[in-house]
Ligand binder design. Structure first.
Ligand code: MN
Length: 303
């Protein structure tokens, strides 16, 4: 019996894009959205546990048609949304394990997985599951912060440590970081020692060839982990630790478009979104970013 029956998906009043059953049922959808409202380690501003719900709500107003790619992706491939993961008292390693097992099960159903967070800590789970499916996987991390601290505020499972955890199970040379502009000296040393391709924000601004320093580092199968604080606070203020001099919308889309075209985006997450009450343009931006990532991932024929 197909195990797909185990997975219930949300209806039009709660799912990503607010779409009807015909194009959002689990069994018939190629894309599965996993809301992961995990928030345990907060450094500065909080609220990432409210991120998935705000993204889902705003997504109802995102047009199904993508004028750039000329497709109505949700109509053609289907987008199912699972109920938000209930973490209960699970934290740190147990919470990560919970997400990992779920993503692994969904990948086993041959679905494309999009995780929406939640704090950045969660990303190590889908990255590990995708690496097991695609052994050549490379990861591109959009972020203001390197997230390479060995521990932070007493835990290895802080959002500030997520990429250090990823480096424990995959070759650091297959990680590309974009938009980095806040890190400690140990992280800067780690980047040099391990040979991580880090594109600092100050090296991006005003240079036309920065994208060409990224694409050759990526293998065929690419996982995108998108911390929304990688974007400039002027377009994305709703995040715990906003840093000036971030990425703008069109340059980010240019890069994602090229990755989608020249490589294969096999999964992604959007994390660290912390909605501000009464300030809804960032909610919409995060929802649009999520749908754009889906569109670029499916912008060429997939095997
Ligand atoms: Mn981060």
């Amino acid at each position: 019996m197909p195990s797909a029956n185990r997975f219930k998906s949300l209806g039009a009043n709660g799912n990503f894009l607010g779409i009807e059953k015909e194009i959002s049922a689990f069994q018939t959808s190629r894309i599965v959205v996993i809301p992961a409202p995990y928030e345990h380690t907060v450094s500065y501003g909080g609220g990432t546990r409210l991120g998935p719900q705000a993204i889902l709500k705003a997504s109802r107003y995102v047009e199904h048609y993508d004028e750039e790619l000329g497709t109505e992706l949700c109509e053609t491939v289907g987008v199912a949304t699972l109920p938000p993961i209930a973490f209960g008292k699970s934290a740190n390693e147990r919470a990560v394990q919970k997400i990992y097992r779920l993503v692994k099960d969904i990948l086993a159903e041959d679905k494309f997985v999009a995780v929406i967070g939640g704090e950045h800590t969660i990303s190590q789970a889908p990255i590990k599951a995708h690496l097991e499916k695609y052994p050549d996987l490379s990861v591109i991390q959009f972020d203001a912060h390197a997230d390479l601290r060995e521990t932070y505020e007493g835990t290895k499972f802080s959002h500030a440590c997520v990429m250090a955890r990823v480096c424990e199970f995959m070759d650091a040379k297959r990680i590309v970081q974009v938009g980095i502009r806040a890190l400690c000296v140990e992280e800067a040393d780690f980047i040099l020692q391990k040979g991580i391709n880090t594109q600092y924000a100050h090296e991006i601004r005003g240079r036309s060839n920065w994208i060409s320093r990224i694409l050759p580092s990526l293998s065929q199968h690419v996982y995108v982990t998108f911390d929304v604080d990688g974007l400039d606070p002027s377009i994305m203020p709703s995040t715990g630790t906003p840093e000036p001099n971030g990425l703008y919308w069109s340059e980010t889309m240019n890069l994602l478009r090229l990755i989608g075209k020249q490589k294969q985006i096999v999964g992604f997450d959007v994390v660290e979104f912390a909605p501000i009450r009464g300030y809804h343009h960032p909610d919409y931006t995060a929802a649009k970013l999520t749908y754009k990532l889906m569109n670029y991932a499916f912008s060429k024929n997939r095997p």
